[in-house]
Design a protein around this ligand. Structure first.
Ligand code: HEC
Length: 120
């Protein structure tokens, strides 16, 4: 009787330890979570904080739109987008007048540049 309880317990352990994701799933997760992309991460940050002025066409005196992958990438590469969201200077921080974006969102955009501006 004692033995069959132990065997039953072992069986249960085996069944549950096998019910986790397959190795394939796990590998996929790692890749997806590691890379920052425009579609998954950057677009929603810009949509929520910037396009009320940086729309297309831009309004409220904003000099350019930030509604497409190319526009945002261009502003990081050839403009000063990262400096403007990172600065502690309330007079020049974007969004205009602050508050400054949460640091984790600023870091995502910096990471997006470092990862090579992935689109999807
Ligand atoms: C309330 C309107 C408004 C919002 C919201 C806003 N901006 Fe701006 N932005 C402006 C205006 C006006 C200017 C031009 C004056 C200046 O450079 O300060 C500007 C300028 C800029 C510039 C400099 C462009 C250049 O070529 O010199 C960048 C980069 C920028 N914004 C990025 C952003 C980002 C990124 C966000 C969101 C995190 C954002 N802005 C949110 C109004 C806004």
């Amino acid at each position: 009787m004692k033995n069959s309880i132990i065997i039953f317990g072992l069986l249960l352990t085996t069944v549950f330890s096998c019910s986790y994701n397959s190795e394939d799933d796990l590998t996929e997760d790692v890749v997806v979570e590691d890379m920052v992309t425009y579609q998954d991460n950057v677009k929603s940050i810009i949509d929520n904080n910037c396009i009320s002025c940086h729309s297309s066409p831009p309004v409220n005196g904003a000099p350019m739109g930030l509604t497409t992958y190319q526009q945002v990438r261009n502003s990081v590469e050839n403009g000063n987008l990262i400096a403007r969201i990172s600065t502690m200077d309330v007079a020049s921080v974007m969004p205009v007048g602050g508050p400054r974006l949460p640091q984790n969102l600023i870091d995502l955009i910096i990471q997006w540049e470092a990862d090579g501006f992935l689109e999807n």
